[in-house]
Ligand binder design. Structure first.
Ligand code: ADP
Ligand code: ZN
Ligand code: ZN
Length: 736
């Protein structure tokens, strides 16, 4: 029996050595309770067993071995280690995202430490007999919130978990008292009723693509399915999924944001029934833990639809990973560590399991596309929409000319105004896209030029008219909207620029008869709210949907025939090297929402720069990709180099400048001209902390793992200087 165990704790720290007491039996991968620091008992994972006492001090004993079997397999441990190594963080930080919180209990002392035990969930059931027409009518008028909540329970089948009911305890209590609902209890579930249907029969084009993927995957790990929006990629996936499941293997279907997948999950449940598990961070800790432990004790053959955190589930034998919308930047965790890309981690995980990967997108990332050109990935294209729906017409509307001719009203050019009027006339639907939420990005005083800024961040406050607040989009700081300038006390503040809220207001003014809905971070505050808005628009209970990025994702509306992009220039305004790629992907994704099924659609893009090549080539993937790749090569950007962004932050500006210059110096000594900076980013102060950035560019031909090792070394050298100890240094590998 080994006498010591190196244990990973959910911290930005290396593994620590603990003593294995007499008679204590532990295995690698076991969860254990250990004391760390003065007053904390953590759940840790046994990473290594050995007989070497720690170099300093004496090892504390393991307090308790939790659960009757290891939480992690050897393969999962390799996966965690790879993520920590590649993304320059600790294995403990990976543990933080990888395990559901209930399973990694923490406490102040040993007595208070409670390992996870499955709990039962509280449910709310509707008493159908009591919810009569009469009661409904009365409630709809007098208590619309309660009424809506009851309708939602009814729609979901009559009994739902307590946490999904949008009512507070008092409201539920009074509903129970009047006999309208009953509280209950059951094992944690996630499922509803389903009935199995057969896999859809594929069109000839789909069959061809399916066969190409199968063939491409015989000697390659990854296939890219490049299919225009609505070409029926999902149906192709289902055939591949079915194959793997019938071999008893696990399948993971990754999606960028789970809140956007209600339609997808329903489709999968109707095909694969009970075996579909949905896993993402919006589930409660109890639900996630139950899923994790259920899977731990189950055989393989699981089908998981999930966001990137689903990569960490205990798969026994993964056969296939599908990464839908592989280009989507929300696959990348931006904060905190590990700043990993779910797509790239999926490929590594598949390699560990010797499984296959299918990446799908209407607008593949340049990285993946380049991998098909080099032959590393197999490549299949679907160029037509399913059922022969035509691609929309794209109209570029020149804002400057409209202004000159006096044809622009509020935020709309004549082309767009005419288009909207025409569609409303035909009882068709319109989506208006503006990539900014709120009323206006800032308010300005016309006499002195003053505008409200966040006291903690170097940004202007955005006006949110409905909330009556000026809000910082970086830290959430907010204050009331003032009418007069607090600086000169005379000017009346004017909103500058426009966000979705202001578009909504303008459209209501111009088309008073139109029914308008808004979908953005302020209205889609929960997945319920999101589903409510999407549902209403899909049922054609509104004519116009105004929204931010959210409207570009995975939505399928039969009656939408016009999409207006209010400010194309905004999309290109960002200074980073991906701005054009992103703008173009977004335009293509948004355009893909127009004119589905039997109606040809139209996309109108308003811009002050109509000659910009991004517009001319919206529909021509190959030409744009080729052009952008050539530029990336010329200027040294991914996929021809790998980039690590190093951000340093602290509230002491002087110290930051000094330390970042020093790190720049150190790195330049090792990497020469591959190091850029330090420079202040566009927003150089957030939450009272100053920031600077350095950039390390490593050619793909040289060893990236060697470069990361050097980088780690130099950072810890810097941090070992006493005065720099509290400076936060963050590495972001493969920035998006
Ligand atoms: P994508 O994922 O490429 O955007 P979808 O898979 O959502 O496209 O397909 C678009 C629409 O076409 C959906 O409504 C889908 O049900 C329908 N569809 C696609 N393929 C088939 C098929 N083989 N049989 C029946 N309907 C299909
Ligand atoms: Zn003023
Ligand atoms: Zn702020």
């Amino acid at each position: 029996m080994s006498r010591y165990a190196d244990i990973v704790l959910p911290l930005a720290q290396p593994a620590y050595t603990f003593a294995v007491g007499e008679g204590v039996e532990v295995c690698v991968g076991d969860a254990v309770a250990v004391q760390f620091g003065k007053s904390a008992v953590y759940t840790g994972i046994v990473w290594r067993l050995h007989d070497t006492p720690p170099a300093r001090g004496t090892a504390k004993p393991i307090l308790k071995v939790l659960y009757d079997k290891p939480l992690l397999s050897e393969l999962q441990m390799q996966f965690w280690e790879w993520i920590a190594e590649y993304y320059i963080c600790s294995v403990g930080e990976v543990m933080r995202v990888a395990l559901p919180s209930a399973i990694k209990a923490k406490a102040k002392c040993e007595e208070e430490f409670l390992p996870y035990t499955p709990k039962r969930e509280t449910t709310v059931g509707l008493v159908a007999d009591a919810f009569t027409e009469e009661v409904r009518a009365k409630m709809a008028r007098r208590a619309p919130k309660r009424y809506e909540a009851l309708c939602a329970i009814e729609e979901a089948g009559g009994v739902v978990p307590r946490h999904v009911v949008a009512l507070d305890a008092a409201a539920l209590k009074s509903l129970a008292k009047s006999g309208l609902v009953e509280m209950g209890e059951r094992d944690y579930t996630l499922d509803c009723e389903w009935s199995k249907t057969l896999l859809p029969k594929l069109s000839p084009a789909q069959t061809k693509a399916l066969n190409e993927i199968r063939e491409g995957l015989t000697d390659r790990r990854v296939a890219l399915l490049h299919g225009v929006t609505s070409s029926g990629k999902t149906e192709i996936y289902t055939h591949l999924i079915e194959e793997r499941l019938s071999h008893g293997e696990d399948v993971l279907f990754l999606v960028p944001e789970i809140s956007l997948t209600t339609q997808l999950v329903e489709r999968m449940r109707s095909l694969f029934g009970e075996s579909v598990t949905v896993y993402h961070s919006k589930l409660t800790p109890q639900q996630r833990t139950k899923l994790y432990t259920d899977m731990l004790s189950s055989e393989s053959g699981n089908f998981v639809v999930g966001a990137r955190s689903a990569l960490f589930l205990p798969y026994k034998k993964l056969g296939l990973v599908v990464v839908d919308e592989e280009h989507d930047s929300s696959y990348k965790q931006t904060e905190p560590n590990p700043r990993y890309n779910g797509r790239d981690a999926a490929i590594l995980l598949a390699t560990l399991h010797d499984a296959k990967v299918v990446l799908g997108s209407a607008t593949p990332s340049l990285e993946s596309y380049a991998n098909t050109l080099s032959g590393k990935y197999a490549y299949t294209q679907l160029t037509e929409r399913y059922g022969g729906v035509e691609m929309p017409d794209i109209v570029i509307s020149d804002t400057v000319r409209n202004v000159k001719r006096n044809e622009r009203k509020l935020h709309f050019n004549k082309e767009l105004l005419d288009g909207i009027a025409e569609r409303l006339e035909c009882n068709e639907q319109v989506i208006l896209f503006q990539n900014r939420r709120g009323y206006s990005p800032y308010m300005e005083c016309p006499s002195c030029g003053w505008s409200a800024r966040c006291p903690r961040c170097n940004v202007t406050l955005s006006a949110h008219q409905q909330k009556g607040r000026m809000i910082c989009h970086y830290c959430g700081y907010n204050e009331p909207i003032e009418r007069y300038c607090p600086n000169c006390k005379s000017g009346e503040l004017r909103p500058m620029g426009f966000g979705t809220e202001r578009v909504e207001e303008a459209i209501t003014e111009l088309f008073p008869e139109a029914r308008v809905l808004r979908l953005d971070g302020d209205t889609a505050t929960s997945s319920t709210a999101y589903n409510r808005i999407i549902g209403a628009f899909a049922r054609h209970e509104a004519d116009i949907l105004v929204g931010t990025q959210i409207v570009s994702k995975g939505l399928d509306f039969a009656d939408v025939t016009l999409i207006g992009i209010l400010n194309g220039d905004n999309l290109l305004a960002s200074p980073d090297f991906r701005a054009e790629e992103r703008a173009w992907q977004l335009l293509m994704q948004v355009a893909g929402r127009a004119g589905r099924r039997d109606k040809r659609g139209e996309v109108i893009i308003q811009t002050a720069e109509p000659e910009h090549s991004v517009y001319a080539l919206v529909g021509d993937y190959e030409r744009v990709a080729t052009k952008l790749l050539a530029e990336r090569k010329q200027f040294g950007y991914p996929p021809f180099v790998r980039i690590v962004k190093i951000t340093m932050r602290t509230s002491n500006k002087e110290l930051l400048v000094k330390s970042s210059l020093q790190l720049g110096e150190q790195l330049r000594n090792r990497f020469g001209r591959r190091v850029l900076g330090p420079v202040a980013p566009l927003i150089d102060r957030v939450r009272g902390e100053y920031r600077v950035e350095l950039m390390l560019k490593v050619e793909v031909e040289s060893s990236f793992s060697r470069a990361r090792a050097i980088l780690r070394e130099e950072i810890s050298k810097l941090k070992s200087e006493k005065s720099y100890r509290n400076i936060v240094v963050i590495c972001d590998v493969d920035i998006l």
